[in-house]
Ligand binder design. Sequence first.
Ligand SMILES: NC(=O)c1ccc[n+]([C@@H]2O[C@H](COP(=O)([O-])OP(=O)(O)OC[C@H]3O[C@@H](n4cnc5c(N)ncnc54)[C@H](O)[C@@H]3O)[C@@H](O)[C@H]2O)c1
Length: 363
Amino acid sequence: MTDATGDALPLVVVGVGRIGLYHARHVQELGRELGLCELVGVVDGYGDTAERVARQLQEGQEKEIRAFGSVADLLGAGLAEGGAVVASRSEDHESDARAMVDAGWRVLLEKPLTDSLESAEELAAYLNNDESRSRALMLAFMRRFDAALIHAREMLAERIGRIFKIVSILEDSHPPPEGYQSPGLLTDMAVHNADEIIWLTGRDPVAVTGTGARLYNQKISSVREEIDDAFVQLWLADDAIGQIQVSRNHVAGYRNETSIYGEEGMIRVGHFQEDPLKVQFEAYGRGVLIERRSFWLRDYGDGVPVFIQRFGPAYKAEVAHFAEQCRDHGPFCVDQNDGLRAMRVVAAGTESLRMAGDARSIA
Ligand SMILES: NC(=O)c1ccc[n+]([C@@H]2O[C@H](COP(=O)([O-])OP(=O)(O)OC[C@H]3O[C@@H](n4cnc5c(N)ncnc54)[C@H](O)[C@@H]3O)[C@@H](O)[C@H]2O)c1
């Protein structure tokens, strides 16, 4: 068992449910591999989760991992200031992130920025209002750290010409687990796609429309959501569109695909297939294949959440970026303003799909 050096950045994880546990593991791995950071505490108010996870992870390191039932307890304990990965429920993002930032910590906050557009606007304004606070938060849009998507972004301009359309698809195979708190299908899932489209094109959305339905998942899930299937279209600056397809109904398996259309060709990242550890990348010019390759993912073993299987290395790379920028007092490459921009898209999409008057009867 090797531990991080004395220079390692102390990190805590707030909320160690499905994803927080893996953030904590990645912190430990980055400590062992690079001496970059050190897990010093976990916070969770649900049952004995904090103690249980601290005990479980302690087996992987010598430095004590302290367990806290709340952010207030953590801040009262006088730990050396460092970084906090906040992966609590979406409804707790704002209060947890604000408390940590107010206490002088930098925060890597899970998506969505908050659970409503109103609170997201408030949090972003609060952070932006002050020089030091404005640099305190990184938003955990892990797609920006995914090797296959980064490769696509690098190839875009020179290989497929001006982009006029992106189709971004995210479909779950199972309902969220019992007890999961969802702020709604679009806020929970489509924020990823909205940010991906904005990040890949570098263009701002100017209008949004959406439509949705309750098809299957809501008949079998205890987690209440207004819809379980949706289509959202974004009009982007410079004559382009983004199309988002999200659902909880792809029972054959987790589906994650991005297709980028340009005036000289197209790029596709991922398509649903039998091996969840392979992400297929294809770039085509007019009638010719430019590049085809596979990006291989890390095998986290059986029973891990599907998003860990697909994005595990990206989650680890985002924690590494967070720790490096904390250590170097540098800016984060993705922050509250990106989180807010994506929230505006999904809020507009939700508002649009509630206006059933858009549909024309043909009976
Ligand atoms: N970036 C991504 O791809 C990604 C993936 C999953 C989740 N997330 C985000 O991370 C955050 C946490 O998501 P998660 O999937 O880890 O949620 P989770 O429900 O597993 O855990 C979140 C918190 O809720 C607690 N909890 C778990 N079961 C509970 C219950 N029955 N009653 C009360 N509390 C309970 C957990 O202990 C934890 O503190 C959310 O904001 C979510 O949007 C992001």
